[in-house]
Structure formats: C-alpha cells, structure tokens
Write a protein that binds this ligand. Structure first.
Ligand code: ATP
Ligand code: MG
Length: 252
C-alpha cells in the first residue's frame, strides 16, 4: 500500500500552547482514516498545518512523495490535497450549483477579466458545469441545484462543502468535522457518500470527528489526539479496546 500523506514529527505552538507536539500520521492511498480528540486537542491545527494555512514549527509533511512542508495553500490544493472547514465556507447568497462553479474558479486563481475571451474558457465552463452536476448527483443534492445555499439544512451544507472540495481533481480530502451539528441519520448518509467517493473516485480521506460512535463503522484506521499528542492509533478494533479511549469516548 502506498503512503499518500506522511506527517513526520510535526509541532506547532501558539504562544505557550503546544497545539501539536511531534505528531506522526501516515495515511495510505484509498484509506479512510479518522482522527478523534477532545476540544482543543489540536485536530484543526493539524489540518491547518497540512493544508498550508500555518507553517509547522518543526517536522515534515509529504504528499504523494513530495515535500509540501509550508507550501502555500493554493499549491497544496493544486497537488490534489484539499481541505474542508469546520464551519462551512459557503457563499450563502449563491445557489448550490453556483457554489460549486465558483469553487473551481477561486481555487484555480483565474482572472475574471481575461478568461472569458479565450476559446478554452467556454470549454472549461462546460466541463465545470458537467462536473458540478455529476457531483450534486453523487451527493444526491442535485434536486437542490437552484436553491440559495443559505436555505440549506446544516447537513446539506456539509454535503455541499464536500462537493466543493470535489471540484478540484482532489486525490485526498481532509474533512474537519463533516457531521457536526448533523442528525445521526444524515451523518450515516454523509459517511456512506464518503465511502462511495473512495470506491468510485479512488479518493483518500482523513476525517476529523468528535462523534466516535457514528464515525467508527466507516473508517479503516483511527488516530487519537489529546493535548497535541497522539496518544494511541491503530485498526479500529484495537483502538476501541483501549481503556483511555473507552473512558473518554465510549462512556465505558
Ligand atoms: N490561530 C490560533 N491562535 C492561537 N491559538 C490557537 C490558534 N489555533 C488554535 N489555537 C489553540 O491551539 C489548541 C488546539 O486548537 P484546535 O482548534 O486545533 O483544536 P481542535 O482539536 O480542532 O478543537 P475542536 O474540537 O474544538 O475543534 C487550542 O488550545 C487552541 O486554543
Ligand atoms: Mg477543530
């Protein structure tokens, strides 16, 4: 199995707070890995560091064999490593479909002034539209294409946020709490879509989540973070037997 994302001994502090303390994470191609940890344990910081939003204080990050440590976010994005935000970063005044179309432009850093006058622009637009519609179908929100994003339910916003990340040619998606604020039925649907995307598009996922009980059936491998340190990791069966994890997450 190929390692797609390789995080080696990454640390990040904010003032006196050590948000990440020599964290090592490896995610193999087509794996769905889960990272759990209490509030403030460093989960979002890890995504921010991996996606180039913060530079790590120490450590290295490799994606697809390439050193991406401290590359700017748009370059990491272009390499196919895409993140979502804990709070969906949607354009609430735009429709569902427009949110996908805008995602592809913003992310490619296109110039709105120059682009419309070239022949390739029309072809790109057609391809983007086609792709956006396929993504909406895949996530089963195609019937909502013309609805303003502000009218979506919390769960539908999460799906649209995932949809936006698919507008790039992502190889791997880092999901920051994709089911927070979502009811359990929709949460299971969202995880089912994630597995579907893995199987159909060959994508790899690192999912950050609080709700271990909901996420566990869908993942292959689990990392547990506390106070910026990895306290345990392994196949889910092993992690579920870990007494620290049981007392912290499974109410046992
Ligand atoms: N930009 C920042 N400036 C200062 N401190 C920060 C910053 N980002 C994170 N921190 C601190 O780093 C620690 C880890 O925060 P982080 O957001 O990564 O936790 P988390 O595991 O994602 O928590 P949650 O489950 O609440 O989303 C916290 O103590 C937080 O206050
Ligand atoms: Mg967070």
């Amino acid at each position: 199995m190929n390692t797609l994302l390789d995080i080696q001994s990454v640390s990040k502090s904010f003032g006196g707070v050590k948000a990440l303390d020599r964290v090592n994470v490896k995610v193999n191609e087509k794996q769905v890995a889960l990272m759990i940890g209490p509030n403030g344990s460093g989960k979002t910081t890890l995504i921010n560091v991996v996606s180039g939003f913060y530079a790590p204080d120490e450590g290295k990050i490799y994606f697809n064999g390439r050193d991406i440590t401290a590359l700017p976010p748009h370059q990491i994005y272009k390499l196919g490593l895409v993140r979502t935000f804990q709070i969906p970063s949607l354009f609430t005044r735009l429709t569902v479909l427009e949110n996908l179309l805008v995602a592809s432009k913003v992310n490619r850093g296109e110039s709105f002034l120059k682009a419309p006058f070239t022949g390739s622009w029309l072809k790109d637009e057609e391809e983007n539209l086609d792709k956006a519609l396929k993504i909406l179908q895949l996530l089963k929100i195609d019937h909502l294409w013309d609805l303003r994003a502000s009218k979506l339910s919390g769960g539908q916003m999460k799906l649209l946020e995932i949809g936006r990340s698919l507008m790039s040619d992502a190889k791997m998606i880092l999901l920051d709490e994709p089911i927070s604020g979502v009811n359990p039925t929709l949460a299971h649907e969202i995880f089912t879509y994630i597995l579907n995307l893995r199987d159909k598009l060959g994508l790899t996922f690192l999912i950050i989540e609080h709700r271990l009980d909901l996420a566990l059936p869908y993942v292959d491998y689990v990392y547990v973070l506390a106070y910026g340190k990895l306290i345990t990791q392994g196949e889910k069966e092993k992690v579920m037997r870990d007494s620290q994890v049981i007392s912290a997450y499974l109410g046992g």
